[in-house]
Design a protein around this ligand. Structure first.
Ligand code: ASP
Ligand code: MG
Length: 438
């Protein structure tokens, strides 16, 4: 209902295309149910599907209130979809096998139902809206769960289908995340892919802007749960937003809006639950100064020493080879002549990796490590910034395990103890970021 109101407000001023994401948590739940089916748990699958169904019924009632036709709509438009889902998942849970093709079909369900909800919520506001099947306009290859977009095909299909609707004053509602391959099967654009759908459509119809309505106050200078003084940026460039995202801020996946921003379509990130917040505008400009202190905890740091490393060729290659064999990705790393440190993002597989590495060199492993990233354009070229940063670490008496300065000039990363993280991030935020947000 809230989303429909937001759309309604926009519709009064502009021509609008709405892209809908699944109800919060639904895609994740579907993925968990798929896993239960793969593990041959038909009973649990049934229970979880019933819960999901009840959750959707509650939402429909919330939208339509006490209208007598709630049941009619449920029977006609929603229940058959749940029945279909139940049949597929029950069968799959008996054999314990689901192909990616079927997984894509199952996961597309969340967005498709959310579109129906949106249509009814808009109808209540007297908005003329029509659901446009994503299969009609978003085309991809057959990598079912993270498909590659066929850009030209999708653009021309978008134009062909959407323009006549917009011309007639009808608001198209499109399920995000969902697409179709050349065989006519459902594919998905990857987790968080609804933003990508919005960006594709925006480019095709040459939109003036994209609005992404999330549940947080746009892009902030730090995580407000850690830094009470954190604030939202009114404007931020895509490069910095991307660096923040890769460092651990999960708001908008940069890949999904990159193309649109390169085409000079600005993206605004709003908060559905705080309409007073005026949004963060993400565009192609280049900001200066430190824009974010981003931290993650629970990293694991490996310190490797090899006395023979001096002038030796190939030690690091040997190490990365071992890490690769464990299917783990190295996050931050630093080297000296006889030592090599690197971190991984969580403890999964760390014990096994430690064992594998011990055969090659002296190795110690440190758990509960925080990664603190200071992010801003060209900050690595500012010597006085380094002096300020180190002063802060000295004042706070924080031990630095390792540090890394990015070649892209926009990130200085410190690895410290998890217990020191909050204090450090607050101190850095207080001294390095000036209040220019809202
Ligand atoms: N519902 C999908 C997901 O959770 C797509 C999206 O939300 O953008 O990944
Ligand atoms: Mg979503």
């Amino acid at each position: 209902v809230e989303c429909a109101k937001i759309s309604h407000y926009a519709i009064e001023k502009h021509k609008v295309v709405i892209t809908v994401s699944a109800v919060a948590g639904v895609t994740a739940e579907l993925i968990e149910i798929i896993d239960l089916a793969k593990n041959q748990k038909p009973r649990l699958v049934k229970v979880r599907l019933n819960d999901l169904e009840a959750q959707h019924m509650t939402i429909l009632k919330g939208i339509l209130g006490s209208h007598s036709y709630v049941n009619q709509i449920w029977q006609k438009e929603i229940l058959p979809r749940f029945d279909n889902l139940r049949t597929i998942l029950h069968g799959a849970s008996l054999v314990g096998d689901i192909t990616p093709k079927t997984e894509a079909k199952i996961c597309s369900f969340g967005e498709k139902i959310a579109c129906i909800f949106m249509r009814y919520a808009l109808r209540d506001l007297n908005v003329r809206a029509q659901i446009v099947k994503a299969e009609k306009i978003i085309r991809t290859d057959s990598r079912y769960l993270e498909a590659n977009l066929y850009l030209r095909n999708s653009f021309s299909a978008c134009k062909k289908v959407l323009k006549p609707l917009l011309g007639r004053g009808i608001i198209p509602i499109i399920p995000g995340f969902v697409a179709k391959d050349t065989h006519g099967d459902n594919t998905l654009l990857g987790r968080g892919g609804s933003d990508f759908t919005a960006a594709i459509v925006a480019m095709a119809v040459k939109a003036a802007k994209i609005e992404i309505w999330t549940d947080v106050n746009g892009i902030m200078s730090a995580d407000p749960r850690i830094v009470p003084d954190a604030f939202s940026w009114q404007e931020l460039d895509l490069g910095i937003m991307s660096e923040m995202a890769y460092s651990g801020v999960k708001i908008v996946h940069p890949r999904s809006i990159e193309l649109a921003i390169q085409k000079d379509i600005p993206v605004y990130v709003f908060n559905t639950f705080n309409r007073v917040f005026r949004g963060t505008k993400v565009d192609n400009s280049k900001t200066s100064g430190v824009k974010g202190i981003v931290s993650t905890s629970g990293n694991v740091l490996f310190n490797l020493k090899n006395p023979n490393m001096l002038d030796e060729i190939g030690f690091i290659a040997d190490v990365t080879d071992i890490v690769q064999k464990e299917q783990i990705s190295i996050d931050v790393c630093a080297t000296s002549e006889t030592s090599f440190s690197f971190s991984i993002k969580d403890a999964n597989g760390s014990e096994k990796l430690l064992k594998a590495l011990s055969d090659t060199c002296e190795v110690t492993m440190l758990r509960n490590v925080a990664k603190v990233c200071i992010i801003g354009n060209d900050i690595t070229h500012d010597p006085s910034l380094f002096s300020t940063i180190f002063k802060i670490f000295a004042e706070q008496n924080i031990q630095i395990y390792t540090l890394s300065v990015s070649a892209s000039r926009n990130n200085i990363t410190f690895m410290i103890d998890d217990n020191d993280c909050k204090q450090t991030v607050n101190a850095l935020h207080g001294k390095l970021i000036s209040q220019k947000g809202e």
